[in-house]
Write a new protein. Sequence first.
Length: 266
Amino acid sequence: MPGQPDTLTDKPGLSPANRSLERGIELLRAFRPGSELLGNSDLAERTGLPKATVSRLTQTLVGCGLLQWEAASKAYRLAPPVLSLSHAMRAGSRVLAVAAPHMRALAESRRINVGLAAPDRDEMVYLESIRYARRVALRHVVSGQRVPMALTSLGRAYLAVAPTARRRAILRVIAQRRAEQWPALSREIDEAAAQVKHRGFCAASWQPEVVALAAPLASADGAAYVLNVSLSTPLPVEVVADELGEALLALCDRVAREWALDSQRR
């Protein structure tokens, strides 16, 4: 994939990758909140693909119903069938089906936010975010939202347990993209790994007065997931960690055990 090391991907089997399909997916990945309309030049710049290649691929994606062409803007937007794909993913997610009731119970009882996320390259993607924090925060997190792996407790908890080759590849990408911040970030990521090793979770506060704890979730299907809890508070990170750490670990344990039993029944 353009600009991405192979070790950031998980392609099963030994057959060579289909380059046209990979490039088409790169175009779809270019669309983000705040970038709803993109022209061929925008897409070429974001993906590193030649404009002629982008033009062919966007025409194909329009024909497949995954992109819509807006003549007035001379640009494309994601088409409604893309939403149906995300709905199918959520509806078919066993980890989400198992975790969501426990996440909601914890969020309601402690008046906190509880989330479940999975890694995607150097970002984390929320599968679910249940918001019950006592204080209203300006930042609103929803399913499908991405957060940076390097800055968040979610991402750092994943990096703490990621396979060595994957972790190194991700850290190389982060070091390139955040060169000025990298010395401090590298120390914080290492400290988070030590926290996960010794306490089972790590803590971070990358937004003003928002503290989050995150813990890797033992997987029943070989995939990688992370659970987190967060709240808006002026309290120091360590105070929140002492208050909510055990509750987060208990949530991970309940979800992992029930997920394992669910997998055995299937």
